[in-house]
Structure formats: C-alpha cells, structure tokens
Design a protein around this ligand. Structure first.
Ligand SMILES: Nc1nc2c(ncn2[C@@H]2O[C@H](COP(=O)(O)OP(=O)(O)OP(=O)(O)O)[C@@H](O)[C@H]2O)c(=O)[nH]1
Ligand SMILES: [Mg+2]
Length: 331
C-alpha cells in the first residue's frame, strides 16, 4: 500500500466517524426540541405517571393582563381574560372607586390582588367527604372536560388519605370509556365496577354502590355526551337517585375545561339543572388559559372551585388556593 493510499483510507475512516457523530447529535436534538411528543402528550387516558416539571407548573395562574393596564382599560382586560362581562364591570367599578384616577399599574395590581384574596378566601373549598362512613362522589361535565382523568386523580388523592376507593364506570355510552377508567383503577390499585357497553348506567351505579364498607369512597364517572341533552340530564339525576338508595352522595362535582373560557359557563348551567352541584374542578390550568374563568363561574353559580387540574398525571390535582391564584393573576 502506498503512503497516498494509507492517507486516503485514514481520511475516509475519519470522515465516516465525523458523519456518525453528527447524525447522532442531530437525532438527539430532534427528540428534545419538540418533534417528539412531551411526556404529557404521550399519556393515554392519563395512565402514565409523568408529572410536569416544577418550571412548567409555575405558570399555572398567569397574569390576567396582556399589556399595560390602567383604570381606563381594566374592564376590557378583565373581559379578555375570561372574567366575564358582569364580574369584570363589578371589579373595575370597585377599583375605580378606591383608587385615584391616575393610579399606576403597580397600584392597580396590588389593590386587585387584595380584592381577589378577600372575596375568594372566605369560601369553604374543602371536599365534604364524611369520615367513618361510606360516601359517593359523582363526576359530571361535557365530553373531553376531564371527568375520567379527574376521577383517576381523585382515586389517588383519597386512597392516599386512607379511603378504600371504588370507581364506577357509568359512561357506558362511549365504548373506550370503561377501559380508560380501568387503566386508572389498575394504576392506582383501587376497585372498579364496570357494566357492559350500552348498559343502563344507573344499574352500574347501583351495583357499585351496594355493599360498600364504612371506609369506602365511590367515585362515579359519567358520560359527557348522549343523544340528547334531555337524556343526559335524566341519566345523571337517575344515577344520583339510585346511588342514594345505598350511600350518601357527598359531592356532585362539575368538571370544567378552563381553556373553554366563557363557554364553560353555559356548560355549568346545563349540568346544574341535573345535579345539585357542590363544587367545580377546573381542569387544564396547565394549558394556555388565564384562569379568569374561575371568577366568572363562581360568580354565576355560587359554587366554589374546589380543585384544579394541572396536568394529566395522577398527582396533577391540587386544592384551589385563592392566594396563589390572586398573586398569579396580578403578577
Ligand atoms: N393538560 C391537561 N390535560 C388534561 C387535564 N385533565 C384531563 N386532561 C386531558 O384531557 C383529555 C380528556 O380527558 P378525559 O378525562 O377523557 O375527559 P372526559 O370528560 O372523561 O371525556 P368523555 O369521557 O369523552 O366525556 C385527556 O387527554 C386527558 O388526559 C389537565 O388538568 N391538564
Ligand atoms: Mg370520560
């Protein structure tokens, strides 16, 4: 082999090595840079436990204001942040009467923050589950709002607090719904009662609520969509009636998707006709919404937001904290 041939072979090998390193670096970058789905995107039915990183959670309650705020544009800014026309007007009037005309942004935010804390804090937001006796929680809400996922998260929440949780798969309308809840039951190692596809959901609820023990907590997952609104409402009230034959229904929780903004209000209206709602769980606050809808929903229905969903994992459910909410919104 001539020296030229040897140099040529060495160069070729070196070139090949450089190419391999470059390709592997490029592939790695692709995986981190968003082409691959994030942990939360890959979760099906919330079965994967990956929770968002603390940095992702820090924007849970983002500022209500998209631009500089003064007393003249405050009402519009609140409306834009889903606070609702009536509540926005009420808040703006309140601030106009307690601040000088030329109040700057920092003053407005400070007064708004204390106003929010003082109006939201006195409300009792605890889940009223009696101890020492069996109880039931009914989940309701439009399809896709997060009922099944929240039922799974609540299963963990109450199991961690010593309850024997049983899930009732009363969405027999959508074929995959029972399976989705079953994945949660397996993951959280809690009981589940499932019916057959198309079975009367109330009969599933009745079976599930029979024979509970004092430490049992039944969490009833329901359908979000039926052929007609009337069917849906009749079905929900029937489920509650039959469960009550066996056990106290301690909470009727409306699950609302916070990203729906003002549409969440019309949903709440429909469900409040079927069930005596005792609390709201606002989901997907980890998304792009501003959370102002909390104020609108509470104002309209006089039902407290008790917990918030901040991701798809089983620990992504938190008690609603008015102070964190007010601070986040006015930061
Ligand atoms: N990012 C995020 N996603 C959520 C949250 N809660 C639920 N989801 C997702 O929202 C989607 C719908 O959730 P489901 O629990 O299936 O909603 P559902 O109300 O049971 O829907 P139906 O059974 O069709 O009525 C799923 O992909 C969930 O993982 C949350 O707090 N944050
Ligand atoms: Mg569901």
């Amino acid at each position: 082999m001539t020296p030229i041939e040897i140099v040529f072979i060495v160069c070729a090998i070196f070139g090949l090595l450089v190419a391999i390193v470059a390709i592997s670096l490029a592939l790695r970058k692709k995986g981190q840079g968003g082409i691959l789905p994030s942990a939360s995107q890959t979760q099906s039915g919330g079965a994967s436990p990956a929770a968002p990183s603390p940095s992702k959670r820090s924007f849970l309650f983002r500022s209500l204001f998209s631009k500089g705020v003064d007393l003249s544009n405050l009402e519009d800014e609140l409306i834009m942040a889903d606070v609702g026309a009536q509540k926005s007007h009420e808040i703006a009037e309140k601030l106009r009467s307690s601040l000088p005309q030329n109040a700057d942004e920092a003053e407005i935010k400070e007064v708004l923050c204390s106003y929010l804390v003082s109006t939201l804090s006195p409300v009792d937001r605890s889940l009223k589950i009696p101890s020492g006796k069996a109880a039931a929680v009914i989940m309701a809400g439009v399809n896709g709002s997060g009922k099944t996922t929240t039922a799974g998260k609540l299963a963990k929440y109450f199991k961690d607090r010593g309850r024997d949780v049983v899930l009732a798969a009363c969405d027999t309308f959508r074929p995959a719904a029972g399976e989705q809840l079953e994945i949660w039951a397996r993951k959280e190692e809690v009981g589940i009662v499932r019916g057959k596809e198309g079975q009367d959901p109330a009969s599933v609820a009745f079976t599930a609520s029979s024979g509970l023990t004092p430490s049992s907590l039944l969490i009833v997952d329901t359908a979000g969509r039926l052929q007609t609104k009337k069917n849906l409402l009749d079905e929900l009230s029937k489920i509650k009636r039959v469960v009550e034959k066996n056990v106290e229904v301690a909470e009727c929780l409306l699950v609302l998707d916070a990203t729906f903004g003002q549409n969440a209000l019309s949903q709440a209206k429909v469900f409040s006709q079927a069930l005596p709602l005792t609390g709201i769980i606002l989901t997907k606050l980890d998304g792009s919404c501003k959370g102002g809808v909390v104020l609108a929903v509470e104002d309209e229905f006089k039902v407290p937001v008790k917990m918030v969903g901040v991701g798809e994992g089983d620990s992504d459910l938190r008690p609603f904290d008015p102070e964190a909410f007010a601070k986040g919104l006015t930061q």
